[in-house]
Write a protein that binds this ligand. Structure first.
Ligand code: KG4
Ligand code: ZN
Length: 366
């Protein structure tokens, strides 16, 4: 069966995967750089691209070995080429071009955000899930760099409905984690800490924006967490900096867990609220077909509360939920390979002139 080798290097994960045309993932190798960036409290682009250069070849070799296939069995090479950190993207693109050229196989450039949406289809059988029963769909991407909703008419066509006007939800998780003194990335740690907390202990703001807005906003919630942890700063004397009353070391573990749980409740409620608005806005358009399913992807789709709330939202609205398995939520190359199969099946391939494009996805139509 046709095999695609895909590479993903848009941020701080160097990844390579081999996926079969029936969406079976044969290998999914991810070399994370979290340890390299931890002391800086976030991803340092220059460190990320250098680390990709060191890791890319071993990661490709490992993906081939784990899949138990040789290079000449590969039918096409795919790579995430947008959006992302430009220096990081360039490393994956250079490796993918070299692989495609040396093997004499087609090269396919894939949109990272669209691939996150596709992740819910990995390891599902296309014959059990025909496209006409799955689309049109509502899409939600929730990651460290992106928070956006989409209307999808098939896996290769999506149109932006709403996106964040400031921070991404994953970024808010990571900043809230840093304020609470948790190591980067804070998202999974807040998820865990929240299990022990009271989610009503703090009345953090749930961003709504204008009545009809489909956009998201997380900067207000982030500031609310900062003030809950450190107190409201006293107005500074002329020439001095604003002084906070305390920091996370002065809080008890129970207090921190309450803040984490209340933050998580507000962050997830805002996502569900905006999803409902997005769905209602499509239903209000006389010429748009109503979604039959919901695709969710990106690192924050690993969040335990969001996964439960998405199921409930889908139940309420009669949608089929496509939530990726945990290993396909965070950045990975299996999602790139899966979506590339849809392109290859249509003989829609690229050539060696592809370039890195750091700009966020608005619409993709093929
Ligand atoms: O999709 P991803 O790997 O990278 C981007 O494309 O940005 O997402 C990474 C983000 C980080 O902000 C991380 O804290 C967040 O996903 N994340 C979580 C969880 N696991 C990862 N956020 C909340 N709860 C989690 N369980
Ligand atoms: Zn991502």
């Amino acid at each position: 069966m046709t095999l695609i080798l895909a590479i993903e290097s848009s941020c701080d994960e160097t990844a390579c995967a081999i996926v079969r045309a029936d969406r079976t993932v044969l290998s999914n190798v991810i070399a994370s750089q979290h340890d390299l960036h931890r002391e800086y409290g976030g991803v340092v682009p220059e460190i990320a691209s250098r680390a990709h250069v060191q890791r890319i070849i071993p990661v490709i070799d490992k993906a081939l070995a784990e899949a138990g296939v040789s290079q000449d069995q590969i039918a096409a090479v795919a790579v995430g080429n947008r959006p992302g950190l430009v220096g990081s993207l360039l490393v994956g693109i250079a490796a993918a071009k070299a692989a495609a050229w040396s093997l004499g196989k087609p090269l396919i450039a894939i949109d990272h955000i669209q691939a996150h949406l596709y992740a819910g289809l990995l390891d599902t059988n296309p014959t059990d899930l025909p496209t006409e029963q799955t689309f049109p769909a509502l899409g939600l991407v929730v990651s460290g760099g992106h928070t956006a909703s989409f209307y999808m008419t098939d896996p290769l066509s999506c149109q932006l409905l709403g996106s964040t006007i400031d921070d991404a939800v994953g970024e808010a998780y990571d900043k809230a984690g840093a304020i609470l003194g948790l190591p980067h990335p804070g998202g999974p740690k807040i998820d865990k800490l929240a299990q022990a907390g009271n989610d009503r202990a703090f009345d953090f703001p749930i961003s709504r924006l204008d009545k009809a807005s489909l956009d998201f906003s997380y900067s207000g919630l982030k500031t609310a967490v900062l003030y809950a942890v450190r107190g409201i700063p006293k107005p500074p004397a002329p020439g001095e900096k604003a002084a906070f009353q305390r920091d996370h070391q002065d809080l008890t573990d129970a207090h921190k867990a309450d803040i984490a749980a209340s933050f998580q409740r507000a962050a997830v409620r805002a996502l569900i609220l905006k999803l409902q608005r997005a769905l209602d806005s499509i239903k209000d358009q006389p010429d748009a077909q109503n979604p039959v399913s919901l695709f969710v992807g990106g690192g924050v789709s690993a969040n335990s509360l969001l996964r439960t709330e998405i199921e409930a939202f889908c139940d309420k609205n009669g949608l089929v939920p496509f939530i990726p398995r945990l290993e396909y939520c965070l950045d990975n190359a299996a999602m790139i390979a899966g979506l590339a199969h849809e392109r290859l099946a249509r003989a829609d391939v690229d050539d060696l002139t592809i370039t890195a494009d750091p700009t966020p996805t608005r619409a993709v139509r093929r």
